[in-house]
Ligand binder design. Structure first.
Ligand code: HSE
Length: 299
């Protein structure tokens, strides 16, 4: 049997749409043993809906590794411990994919490299910005190669002394639905805005200048368009800044929100975001999380 802890991830961080992602110390765990038949059990978030289903992303990922490497697999015993809130925006599907791929690869003696796992994970997820940090850890920028030859992965130092606070509202937003809100084309002005802001965001992290995040994390491509699915979104961002956040963004495609702040402002920022959601009749909770720097863990 193998046990894999695959981290939650927060993608985009404002302007870095489909490019940036940050791995967090919050995990879904997969226990896997090859077997004659499939059995799936689960505990934690979504357990009742997941148990007994063999079409889950985690099972697809396991089967994919066996198929890609030419190994037969008739079934497997899978147990899931889900600790990543499944409301959306915290990379729970990327965690399932990475957990399944890594578990299967480990059972086969690791025939696939991390880069090969990233390529498979991206095919299953559709975009690389959650799966890359779940594999490599930390803050990651990821570029697909134009000729399909793999990905370029850039590890970016996360500013020292910056803490992460998540606001998790009781809303459900599916990434597919949130992507459908986005136009096929954007204006030159919007494209230039996001290019410049992503550049400054990456530069601010490399030069450890968190005071730039407030400006660098602004976005014109996706957040406003998606905010129709998240009552109070702009007020939540304002509340976080008012309480001392240094940068705030929609986490992935939402509805979760990620804020960066000094350690002593964590509670005020978290409570401020929850109160702003409450003013829009949305229940929410906040949680402080550390940054994961290594990616998944095999136990
Ligand atoms: N970059 C993806 C999106 C992340 O924003 O649709 C989804 O978590």
């Amino acid at each position: 049997m193998v046990t894999v802890m695959a981290p939650a991830t927060s993608a985009n961080l404002g302007p870095g749409f489909d490019f940036l992602g940050l791995a967090l110390e919050l995990y879904n765990t997969v226990h896997f043993t090859p077997a004659d038949e499939w059995t799936v059990t689960a505990e934690g978030y979504g357990a009742a809906q997941l148990a007994g289903r063999t079409d889950l992303l985690v099972c697809q990922a396991i089967k994919r590794v066996y198929a890609e490497t030419g190994h037969p697999l008739s079934g497997g015993k899978v147990h899931l411990e889900n600790r990543i809130p499944e409301v959306g925006g915290l990379g729970s599907s990327a965690s399932a994919i990475v957990g399944g791929l890594v578990a299967a690869n480990y059972c086969l003696g690791e025939p696939l490299s991390k880069d090969q796992l990233l390529a498979l994970a991206t095919t299953l997820e559709g975009h690389p910005d959650n799966v890359a940090p779940a594999l490599f850890g930390g803050l990651v920028g990821v570029l697909p190669e134009p000729l399909g030859g793999g990905h370029t992965v850039l590890k970016i130092p996360f500013p020292k002394d910056l803490h992460v606070v998540l606001a998790v509202p009781h809303l459900r937003v599916a990434t597919k639905e949130a992507r459908q809100l986005l136009p096929a084309k954007v204006t030159m002005e919007e494209a230039i805005f996001n290019l410049a802001h992503t550049g400054v965001l990456v530069g601010a992290c490399f030069s450890n200048r968190p005071e730039l995040l407030r400006f660098a994390m602004r976005d014109k491509l996706h957040q406003d368009r998606r905010s129709v699915l998240i009552p109070g979104f702009h007020h939540v961002l304002e509340a976080a800044y008012r309480e001392g956040a240094m940068g705030v963004a929609l986490s992935g495609s939402g509805p979760s929100i990620i804020a960066f702040c000094p350690g002593e402002r964590r509670e005020a920022v978290g409570e401020g975001m929850v109160a702003a959601f409450a003013a829009h009749n949305i229940k929410a909770r906040w949680l402080p999380v550390a940054v994961n720097n290594e990616g998944y863990r095999v136990l």
